[in-house]
Design a protein around this ligand. Structure first.
Ligand code: GRF
Length: 207
């Protein structure tokens, strides 16, 4: 029996290493999902090349070509819908998602953040943790809601901040964990094991 794979749409603005880890996990059969489209707000995002290397449709939308954020997001939304996207994964997407894009994907849009939320939301979570002097940093996968880095948490991994860490070395170790955590969380969703209950995400342990 072949079960239908969860159809993923990835939004990325940059280098796309998280995208790569998701593609690889899907191709390896570790995640019962398929990246069906990659969308970027940056024409030259390396994430787009990564997608094309795997024959995944990849598109960029330039905010400046649209009169309003609403029109910009409506175009992206159409692209996601046209490709049959069921779950939207933000992977280094550097814009705040507005209502136009979020509402049709309420409870079906997730994000990865390089800090242990609710600590250090916003830009450069790793740098914020390092500058603050935190002893433990990490990463979080969470549902997207209308506030930044705020929705219910699906999974987190802690990363120790070492005495001799620089922002770069810390960032690198966090990124390694991101590449494991994101596919793992997507697989839980693909398996239907994830249920949102208010602020809480319940993960069923049944196989
Ligand atoms: C990651 O650290 C992610 O947590 C953050 O932006 C970075 C994106 O890296 N939101 P990449 O584009 O996936 O390589």
């Amino acid at each position: 029996m072949t079960t239908k794979k969860l159809q993923l749409g990835i939004l990325a603005s940059g280098s796309g290493t998280n995208l790569q880890s998701i593609i690889d996990a899907c191709e390896a059969g570790n995640v019962d999902a398929q990246v069906c489209v990659v969308v970027s707000d940056k024409e030259d995002a390396k994430a787009l090349d990564r997608a094309r290397n795997h024959n995944i449709p990849a598109f960029s939308f330039n905010r400046k070509s649209f009169e309003s954020k609403k029109d910009f997001e409506a175009a992206m939304l159409k692209c996601l819908k046209d490709h049959g996207v069921e779950l939207v994964c933000l992977a280094g997407y550097m814009r705040i998602v507005g209502k136009t894009l979020l509402e049709p994907y309420t409870d079906n849009m997730i994000n990865i953040h390089p800090a242990l939320l609710p600590a250090f939301p916003g830009l450069d979570g790793q740098r914020q943790a390092w500058e603050y002097g935190a002893k433990v940093a990490g990463c979080t996968v969470h549902y997207v809601d209308d506030k930044m880095d705020n929705g219910p948490i699906i999974g987190q991994v802690a990363v120790e901040v070492k005495e001799d860490d620089t922002v770069d070395t810390l960032q690198k170790r966090i990124l390694e964990q991101e590449h494991k955590l994101y596919p793992r969380c997507i697989q839980l969703i693909a398996q239907g094991k994830v249920k949102i209950e208010g602020r809480r995400v319940k993960i069923s342990s049944s196989s």
